[in-house]
Design a protein around this ligand. Structure first.
Ligand SMILES: Cc1cc2nc3c(=O)[nH]c(=O)nc-3n(C[C@H](O)[C@H](O)[C@H](O)COP(=O)(O)OP(=O)(O)OC[C@H]3O[C@@H](n4cnc5c(N)ncnc54)[C@H](O)[C@@H]3O)c2cc1C
Length: 246
């Protein structure tokens, strides 16, 4: 690992892999550090907006999932919705999206090192990762919400807002709409994303800490459609969601 690369991408999530792909295709000697094995899963609503679908297509990539027509907001008996104006979005499992991007990066000849980057050091000519021999002219920190690189560079700012968390789970039920539904209750919202002919993803965003099943009961319309026995994945969480930089 003593080679000097043009670009080191820290984090092999969607942002890191897409960046690595663009860089490799632009002729940069690129390397990715990602400690988790592909395909990486994560708490997410899994709805790609039309812009993201276009970016994937521009990379020559295709992910399969459920086309999304638009967004619908639901509060009690009130509903308001809008169709996307510039093509459909796509409901797609994170694991599938990750596999598509990971394969493209491999095919582009970009190594993905199973490495967790801690500290990074900058000098006049590049960036290095102490203890690894890794060195590159540029580094992209794509290491997610709680970015260790951001912390290492002293760019973390304490956030005083009420912390909000995300919880997601999948249900083997036929989607009842091609719209992403956002259901509102006083202490949070639920994102319902159609993902396949028999698969719906539910992402709950809330400032209140409680198990997924308890939170879901606050959305009676959803709870009625989503019996516990239809759950096909465990609950994954993420948060606090809002992070700041100086
Ligand atoms: C509940 C919830 C719902 C969401 N719903 C949607 C949605 O519907 N649509 C949408 O577009 N977005 C949604 N998002 C946001 C979306 O998930 C993120 O914007 C997206 O995952 C960011 O991608 P990323 O590649 O930057 O980071 P991540 O996907 O978090 O990837 C970061 C990667 O960095 C790696 N990493 C971490 N530390 C290190 C380290 N020290 N060294 C090396 N690698 C490291 C991690 O293993 C990880 O693979 C949602 C988020 C949440 C929490």
């Amino acid at each position: 690992m003593n080679a000097r690369h043009d670009l080191l991408v820290v984090g092999g999530g969607p942002a890191g892999l897409a960046t690595a792909l663009h860089a490799a295709r632009a002729g940069l000697d690129t390397i990715v550090a990602e400690p988790r094995q592909a395909p990486v899963d994560k708490a997410c609503g899994e709805g790609l907006m039309p812009g993201a679908v276009r970016h994937l297509a521009a990379l020559g990539l295709h992910a399969s999932g459920h086309p999304l027509t638009g967004i619908r907001y639901v509060q009690g008996t009130h509903r308001v919705q809008a169709a996307f104006r510039h093509g459909p979005g796509l409901g797609v499992r994170r694991t599938h999206l990750h596999s598509v991007l990971h394969q493209a990066v491999s095919e582009a000849g970009v190594p993905v090192l199973p490495l967790r980057v801690g500290e990074v050091r900058q000098d006049a000519t590049g960036v290095s990762v102490p203890g690894t021999g890794l060195r590159a002219r540029w580094l992209v920190a794509a290491d997610g919400l709680h970015s260790p690189v951001r912390r290492s560079l002293g760019l973390e700012v304490r956030n005083r807002a009420v912390p909000r968390y995300g919880l997601r789970r999948h249900y083997a039920v036929p989607p009842w709409s091609a719209y992403v539904e956002v259901h509102w209750v006083p202490h949070g919202e639920a994102y319902v994303t159609p993902l396949g002919p028999e698969l719906v993803g539910i992402a709950l965003l809330t400032g209140q800490r409680a198990p997924f099943a308890t939170q879901l009961q606050r959305f009676p319309e959803l709870a009625a459609r989503l019996p516990a026995e239809a759950a096909v994945t465990g609950v994954r969480g993420a948060g606090p969601l809002r992070q700041q930089t100086p």
